[in-house]
Design a binder for this molecule. Structure first.
Ligand code: COA
Length: 470
């Protein structure tokens, strides 16, 4: 192992030791036993406290600050594993053997190449679009590319394609062939499969999940390049997922340290319980729509500043504060104005977020010699101290995963506008794993809203309404 990457492993193990000293290591039995449906639980607005399904994929204990993937502690996975291994673990339930890992990596490598999708994407003004909107569009285009790749007979002939031009079809004409429009995707029919396998393949398909894990990285890198006025870079099949991702962004093969840090960042963001974007992806999948649409929903939900957008906001906050001496007064003003400070607080964690425990030391490790970013890091350290001393014990507000991730990405040469798409590059593994798991016992999501409106209102025809009538 490279000397400096060994130093990174040691930092993670040190953070793990500190976390274990501060929290107990006994799971809470009531959170880990199988459920007897129907379940009685206390639900708050925003479905807080609601239990929507059982899962064996991940466990978050917010009061202790634990994060577990498939039984493995996040600290150990970051110290000893790789993103590819973690993806396999999340999706298949166990760590791969060497041949399984090799086969899985080869599939991911093959799916890195999205030439048709990128060609289509370049037809849009990607440089002027919100990066997450471009990514969402890209996954839609992947759906089209993959559909046609897999099902040769589904590809329209040139004559059909020309003939199906909107202007040339009279509205009454029923599309030829399939009942659905010719662009509608259908998996090939296979009769001898079990109902579960059939459901999975029709609605999702594990190959499509692999395709998305690889493809989201390729598209994100291409968007980064185009926004900087460059052309996308061809993937390098010899590199790991993390190294190739950085290479496709910068055009330079990363150092072992950069590769290792990117790999850890991807592992850390891979899964996190029923967070908003995962839930959004699962809701779409539960209708038996397909995995590309599900991932598109996840991307849309992740875009919000209360979810994935916070790490970009952290950098803006640090720039706004300006220097260490202004931190105290800035926090006072934010507190007086009831302003939420980006990178702090969490719906689930009421303790130090374990991901921030890892990313903090990594940011400190990377910052050495990075003169432009170092002042921001110093401000971040001061802000962390100030917020914890004000709100830590009183409101259980601590740094979350987004607080240091932006500094880490900045050290890797990535622009703030790309932080949220990078979150998606990792979280796509959790989205797809949870969708695959949920579909095995699928039930369409359908919560209720409590109607608190009126009844028996008299309908007033339009021409008799005036402004005073509601
Ligand atoms: N800064 C200052 N105060 C915060 C805060 C923050 N980042 N997050 C929560 N609080 C305070 C609230 O003002 C509230 O105080 P009050 O009880 O005096 O009114 C209390 O803590 C509870 O906050 P609430 O908004 O109910 O928590 P939540 O569980 O609904 O929200 C977040 C969780 C993540 C949406 C929220 O902490 C937040 O907006 N954080 C900043 C954005 C961020 O970093 N998001 C990334 C999450 S990984």
């Amino acid at each position: 192992m490279h000397k400096e990457t060994k130093a990174i492993t040691n930092l993670i193990l040190k953070a793990a030791k500190m976390a274990r000293q501060e929290t107990s290591d006994t799971p809470e039995p009531e959170h880990t036993k199988p459920i007897q449906w129907p379940l009685h639980c206390t639900v708050g607005p925003g479905l807080e406290g609601a239990i929507a399904c059982e899962s064996r994929i991940g466990y978050v204990n917010g009061s202790k600050g634990w994060l577990i993937y498939r039984g493995y502690d996040i600290f150990n996975l970051c110290a000893y594993s790789t993103f590819e291994e973690v993806c396999y673990l999340l999706m298949h339930g166990s760590l791969p053997t060497a041949p399984q890992l090799e086969a899985f990596k080869n599939k991911l490598i093959n799916y890195r190449f999205l030439n048709a999708t990128l060609r289509l994407l370049m037809g849009f003004q990607v440089e002027k679009m919100n990066a997450m909107a471009a990514l969402r569009l890209g996954t839609n285009l992947m759906r089209q590319e993959f559909t046609f790749m897999d099902q040769e007979e589904g590809r329209p002939t040139t004559i059909d394609a020309i003939g199906s031009d909107e202007d040339s079809i009279p509205m009454e004409t029923i599309p030829k062939g399939e009942k659905q429009a010719i662009y509608e995707f259908k998996w090939p029919r296979q009769h001898k499969k079990s109902r579960v396998t059939q459901l999975l393949e029709e609605a999702c398909g594990i190959e499509a999940c692999y395709h998305l894990i690889s493809g989201v990285a390729t598209i994100t890198a291409a968007i980064t390049r185009v926004r900087q006025g460059h052309m996308p870079i061809e993937p390098d099949p010899k590199l790991s997922h993390a190294a190739n991702f950085l290479y496709m962004i910068t055009g330079r093969r990363p150092t072992p340290v950069e590769e290792r840090i990117m790999d850890i960042a991807l592992i850390l963001h891979a899964d996190h319980g029923m967070n908003a974007s995962t839930f959004a992806a699962m809701v779409v999948a539960s209708t038996l729509s397909d995995i590309y649409f599900s991932v598109g929903a996840g991307i849309a939900a992740l875009n919000g500043p209360l979810h994935g957008g916070a790490n970009e906001q952290v950098i803006h906050t640090l720039n706004e504060i300006g220097d260490i001496d202004s931190v105290k007064a800035w926090v006072e003003r934010a507190s007086a104005g009831k302003r939420k400070i980006a990178g702090f607080g969490h719906r689930v964690y009421k303790a130090y977020d374990p991901r921030a425990r890892i990313l903090g030391p990594l940011a400190k490790f990377l910052i050495k010699g990075k003169k432009e970013i170092e002042p921001l890091f110093r401000i971040a350290q001061e802000l962390e101290k100030e917020v914890i001393s004000r709100f830590g014990a009183k409101k259980k507000i601590f740094p979350n995963v987004d607080f240091f991730s932006g500094i880490v990405y900045s050290c890797l040469g990535i622009a703030p506008e790309m932080f949220t798409p990078i979150f998606a590059v990792s979280r796509v593994s959790g989205w797809t794993a949870r969708v695959l798991e949920y579909l095995q016992n699928n039930r369409i999501f359908r919560p209720r809203a409590m109607y608190v409106g009126e009844f028996n209102k008299k309908f007033v025809p339009l021409n008799q309404r005036n402004r005073t009538i509601n």
